[in-house]
Ligand binder design. Structure first.
Ligand code: F6R
Length: 241
């Protein structure tokens, strides 16, 4: 594992965008595995800036996202597809037909998981997977206790997550109760993994995930066993190491 300790979120985002840019330039038809959440927002903003400067071409790039809420259509403003369009896809010259996320409206959740893993395989696998990490060490929606050997699957969201999301929806009934997520197995199949962690609130879990034992109780700890992982973390997130 290669670790970059950087002073702040801005530096983390620029370095992550540098690494993704190198991938895009050296292999213009790369398959990028992407994440949502507040962690990668700054990285996407940098990529957009460099695209606007004429330094990046996304025309042959293919993307597969880590996760999506079950029950939401792609144009719902809380869907991850919407997030990706807002922060990246609508701002660069990527072909929307080359951007993939799990289908939140799929009828058969088991079939959807299998379809998504087959799709990734048919695309030739992920060249570089971008990840953030949750406060409990989750990656994607793989919460503590999730076995390491499963592919894309449908996850029951914790009641606390459902309640936290309630503010974005009119009624409790509208709040997604499930989500699709690449499994740890899917994530570990990526040829390269780039994980970003920032903020003091993630210092404790960063120490457990990358400097503690590998255990399903800390899903991100599995990354210690991947042959090509880059961790970029800011001083605040590294403060307990
Ligand atoms: C997002 C995802 C999640 C987030 C994690 C951290 O697609 O799969 O695992 O990466 O919850 O979220 P933020 O970046 O908002 O702290």
């Amino acid at each position: 594992m290669k670790v970059y300790r950087v002073p702040d979120y801005k530096t983390m985002s620029r370095l992550a965008a540098n690494i993704l840019s190198a991938q895009i330039i050296s292999k213009p038809d790369s398959v990028l595995g992407l994440a949502t959440g507040s962690t990668p927002e700054g990285t996407y903003a940098k990529l957009v800036q460099w695209y606007n400067n004429g330094d990046l071409d996304f025309s042959k790039i293919v993307t597969v996202n880590l996760d999506e809420y079950r029950g939401l259509s792609g144009d719902h403003n809380q869907s991850y597809k919407y997030f990706m369009h807002k922060h990246l896809f609508d701002k660069v010259n990527i072909d929307p037909a080359n951007t993939y996320l799990p289908n939140g409206l799929a009828e058969d959740p088991q079939e959807e998981g299998k379809r998504y893993d087959r799709l990734i395989e048919d695309l030739g696998g992920v060249d570089i997977q971008l990840l953030g990490m949750g406060h409990n060490g989750h990656i994607g929606f793989n919460e503590p206790g999730t076995p390491f050997d499963i592919g894309t699957h449908c996850v029951d969201l914790h009641e606390t997550t459902i309640q936290a999301n309630q503010r974005f929806f009119d009624t409790y009934e509208d709040v997604p109760k499930q989500a699709y997520s690449m499994g740890i197995k899917t994530i570990m199949n990526a040829r390269k993994i780039l994980i970003l962690v920032n903020g003091e609130d993630k210092a404790e879990i960063l120490k457990k995930a990358f400097y503690g034992p590998v255990t399903p109780e800390v899903p991100a700890s599995i990354l210690q066993t991947h042959k090509d992982v880059i961790l970029i973390a800011d001083d605040a997130a590294m403060s307990k190491v």
